[in-house]
Every structure is written in structure tokens, then in C-alpha cells.
Write a protein that binds this ligand. Structure first.
Ligand code: NAD
Ligand code: UDP
Length: 319
């Protein structure tokens, strides 16, 4: 297939490009570098399997030649209010990437009669009142809350994707991605793993926000990409959760990182740093992914951290 990936220079978009090229596909990557990094795709530049266009997906997308699939991954993704690349600081760009960017990407899929896959998120469940989250749970969100620019853009993107499927017959898929980590994450984007791993490798205490009792489930990037590729090859049109169902508190996650890195500096609790509406609990129910895609994650958190550390060391000049 010739596959268009929006957000190709991002953490997930670049891994997806690698995996699909390895499977023999050709990739057309789009990115405006608002949160991504040229270095993530430097190794693909010059390959006859990879073409890149610098483009903002909020504007009309024209791709020369036939496209067989469109994977829409372009969007800021970090919820940290202090990070310049977080969606709190890019509110309008985030809404435009989710709304106009999804519309334009769906337009490319429609005109090409191509498959379409939307990168949605566990954030559409908001601060969930049902645990673990199944795909039929509609969520607990606030349209004017601080996270709304991201949540509501993604919720709109899901609705628009289903509208194109139902009205125009576009062959769509929706993946709801839960917290994912691995090499090529932006060290400065303020998410828990980049903050913690950077701090641990520098011998500093890990900044746990609040009391650290809020939970998350962290998925290693190779597992996530495998689930997404299986979804792309499937015929499933309704949303599918992809994430690691092993739930831990943020404090346990920090302690695991200290153990794996041998950091003796411990943790520091920053009680006022938790952002408003930071979800208290989050864990995917992956029953649908297991039954429809035959997928489940294989990489445990300690192994995933060991695979991620060399990248962080290189970026920190410690390699
Ligand atoms: P990222 O910031 O590394 O990648 C996003 C990419 O999209 C960046 O390269 C950025 O420059 C690009 N982009 C943003 N707006 C754009 C625009 N208007 N035009 C063109 N390019 C644009 O983030 P990521 O973690 O790789 O996330 C990728 C996708 O996966 C996002 O849609 C995000 O919402 C979703 N997601 C990620 C996670 C996760 O844990 N990483 C969880 C849930 C959902
Ligand atoms: N967090 C933390 N310390 C940090 C960064 C994040 O304790 O330095 C917490 C954050 O408050 C949240 C969890 O870790 O409860 C996961 O945050 P992240 O930004 O990775 O993504 P989210 O799951 O909130 O989308």
C-alpha cells in the first residue's frame, strides 16, 4: 500500500512509518513540526519508500498520486500545562488538528477510496467513572474544562470519522490509544515518562504530582504499533482500545524507574502540580482488541524501560 501518515515526524508517527516500511509499504509523511522532530525521520529521508511534505493538516491536503490508506496522527499530545509543546499551550492548533485536520485527512481517504485510521485517545473517556474503560463507556468530560481542547477535538474527530463511514462509506478505523512510551519521545514534553526517566538518569528525585495515587497503564511503543497495524489490516469500524492493561499508581511507576535506573534520589511529591481534571484512574479494557485483533501487549514495564533508556542517555549526552 501507499500510506499517508499525518504527524509522521512525531513519536508514534515515526515508529509507524518504520514498521510499515519494514512490511513493504510506501509512506508519504506529512508534518509541520509543531511538536515533532526532524531527527525522528532523518533515517528515512532519501529512502525511495518514504516521501515527506512539510504541511499543516489544518489546511487542505493535496497528495500527488494514489493513496491506499490514510493514518491521521497529527496532533499535539502532551497534557503538561508547563510544556511549550503541550496542548494547554497550543489550544487552537490542537482543536484545528483534531477538527480541520481530521476533515482534510478524511477527504483524502474519500477521494482515493482509501482506508482511514484515526489516532484517538483514552482522553475521550475524561476522568472516567467506569473502570477499566470499555469502548462503550461514553466518558466523563467537560466541554469547557482545561483539557477540553484535546478531548473534545478527539471526540469530534471520532464522530466525523463515523459520519464519513456511515454517509460516504469510507473504510474507517478508530484506535483509542492509552499512555505509550519508548524511544523518540520528546524529553521536554512534560509527560510522566520523559520527566521521570530524565530525572532518574540525572540522579535527581522524581517529581510525583499530587500524592501519586492516581493510576495509569503504560504501553511500550512496539506493542502499541503492533496493535495499530493489526487494526489497520482488520475490518473493524468501531473504536478499539489499544494499551497495556497492567495498571499502576504514578508513585509505583516512579519507583520502578528508580529501581531500573539505580537512582537513589527517590521521589519528591509536588502536591500543587497536578493539573485540574487530571484523571484519577485509567486502564484499558482490551477485550475487544484481544478478540477482534488477537492482540495483547508483550513487553512488561521493566523491559520497556530498559529498551527506552539508551535513547534517553544519548539525548542527555550520557551515552
Ligand atoms: P507527537 O507530538 O510526538 O506527534 C504528533 C506529530 O503531529 C508531531 O510530529 C507534530 O509536529 C505533528 N502535528 C501536530 N499538529 C500538526 C498539524 N496541524 N499539521 C501537521 N503536523 C502536525 O505525539 P505522539 O505521542 O506521537 O502522538 C501522536 C498521535 O497519537 C496524536 O494524535 C495523539 O493524540 C495520539 N495519542 C498519543 C498517545 C501517547 O501516549 N503517545 C496517547 C493517546 C493518543
Ligand atoms: N505526572 C507526575 N509527574 C510528572 C509528570 C506527570 O506525577 O513529572 C503525573 C500526571 O499528573 C498524571 C500522570 O503522571 O497523573 C500521567 O501524566 P502524563 O502527562 O504522562 O499523561 P496523562 O496520562 O495525564 O495524559
Amino acid at each position: 500500500m501507499r500510506i499517508l501518515i499525518t504527524g509522521a515526524a512525531g513519536f508514534l508517527g515515526s515508529h509507524l512509518s518504520d514498521r510499515l516500511i519494514a512490511e513493504g509499504h510506501e509512506i508519504v509523511g506529512l508534518d509541520n513540526f509543531i511538536t515533532g522532530n526532524r531527527e525522528n525521520i532523518a533515517h528515512l529521508m532519501g529512502s525511495d519508500k518514504f516521501t515527506f511534505y512539510r504541511h499543516d493538516v489544518s489546511n487542505y491536503i493535496f497528495v500527488p498520486g494514489k493513496v491506499d490508506a490514510v493514518l491521521h496522527f497529527a496532533s499535539p499530545a502532551s497534557p503538561n500545562p508547563k510544556s511549550p509543546s503541550g496542548y494547554f499551550n497550543l489550544p487552537i492548533q490542537t482543536m484545528k488538528a483534531g477538527a480541520l485536520g481530521t476533515h482534510n485527512s478524511l477527504g483524502v481517504a474519500k477521494v482515493n477510496q482509501a482506508r482511514f485510521l484515526l489516532a484517538s485517545t483514552s482522553e475521550i473517556y475524561g476522568d472516567p467513572l467506569v473502570h477499566p474503560q470499555t469502548e462503550d463507556y461514553p466518558g466523563n468530560v467537560d466541554p469547557v474544562g482545561p483539557r477540553a481542547v484535546y478531548d473534545e477535538a478527539k471526540r469530534f474527530a471520532e464522530s466525523l470519522t463515523m459520519a464519513y463511514h456511515r454517509q460516504h462509506g469510507v473504510d474507517t478505523r478508530i484506535v483509542r490509544i492509552f499512555n505509550t512510551y519508548g524511544p523518540r519521545m520528546d524529553l521536554e514534553d512534560g509527560r510522566a515518562l520523559p520527566n521521570f526517566l530524565k530525572q532518574a538518569l540525572l540522579g535527581q528525585p522524581l517529581t510525583v504530582y499530587g500524592d501519586g495515587q492516581q493510576t495509569r497503564s503504560f504501553c511500550y511503543v512496539d506493542d502499541l504499533i503492533d496493535g495499530i497495524v493489526r487494526l489497520l489490516y482488520s475490518d473493524e469500524h468501531l473504536p478499539v482500545n489499544i494499551g497495556n492493561p497492567v495498571e499502576m499508581t504514578v508513585l509505583q511507576f516512579a519507583e520502578t524507574i528508580n529501581k531500573v535506573t539505580g537512582n537513589a534520589a527517590g521521589v519528591v511529591f509536588l502536591v500543587n502540580e497536578r493539573s485540574e481534571r487530571d484523571p484519577q484512574q485509567r486502564r484499558p479494557d482490551i477485550t475487544r482488541a484481544r478478540s477482534i485483533l488477537g492482540w495483547e501487549p508483550k513487553v512488561g514495564v521493566e523491559e520497556g524501560l530498559r529498551r527506552t533508556i539508551p535513547y534517553f542517555k544519548e539525548k542527555l549526552g550520557l551515552a
